[in-house]
Design a protein around this ligand. Structure first.
Ligand code: C5P
Length: 209
């Protein structure tokens, strides 16, 4: 289990998201609780931050990009299958993770993805542009799950060809391996902008864990 948590949280403006408090717990604590069942959790921390390793949790300093952070963690990972989860998604729905795990085990590469509720349109310099059929599009979430060797090969190829990607499924697909789309959950959204935090604070009040 790889937990890229090294982002600076620039767009949110409240310091690194890993240490952001939501309903009395940091986003990092929430992620560690959600994946406490994992044999090993490898966390990439923002540069300058260190934490003491625990039984199944190891910390290291992250890289300059998400991709770099994941690659650093991946090189030290063991096991046949790896899951990658963004710490910025604090609401982890166990049923969705189970669906993802099952698909990743079966196919070797899978990601959670959610449907779009709104009309999807191109921005033509501030004007309403071409409407895209929203049923053809998905919002990619995490966790994503891959055979470890496959993800390693994808990262190596991305590095060698100078490709930078915002998630791991993209580079696995570039390698020529299909990635299964598994129904995600809209509550597993990523906290990015200040208003996301307001929504998250509301949801945290009724969240089980
Ligand atoms: O910036 P963004 O929200 O897309 O980041 C997605 C995830 O990648 C976050 O969990 C963030 O902490 C992580 N990240 C990282 N190393 C970086 C940049 C982002 O681990 N250098």
């Amino acid at each position: 289990m790889l937990l890229p948590a090294a982002g600076s949280g620039e767009r949110l403006g409240k310091g690194p998201k890993a240490f952001l408090r939501l309903g009395g717990k940091t986003l990092l604590e929430r992620a560690l609780e959600a994946f406490a069942w994992a044999d090993e959790i490898r966390v990439a921390l923002p540069p300058g931050h260190t934490l003491q390793d625990e039984v199944n949790v190891t910390y290291r300093s992250g890289g300059a990009s998400r991709q770099e952070s994941v690659y650093l963690l991946l090189q030290e990972a063991r096991g046949e299958l790896v899951l990658v989860h963004d710490v910025a998604r604090p609401f982890v729905v166990p049923e969705a993770v189970e669906r993802l795990l099952e698909a990743a085990q079966k196919t070797g590469a899978a990601t959670l993805a959610a449907t779009l509720a709104d009309t999807l349109v191109q921005n033509w310099r501030g004007r309403y542009g071409g409407v895209l059929p929203r049923e053809d599009y998905q919002l990619v979430q995490t966790p994503q799950g891959f055979r470890r060797e496959l993800l390693l090969a994808a990262h190596r190829q991305a590095l060698a060809s100078g490709v930078s990607a915002t998630d791991d499924a993209q580079i696995v697909m570039r390698l020529g391996h299909a990635v299964a789309l598994v129904p995600g959950d809209r509550r597993m959204f990523k906290i990015t902008y200040p208003e996301d935090l307001e929504i998250a604070e509301g949801l945290a009040k009724s969240w089980k864990s």
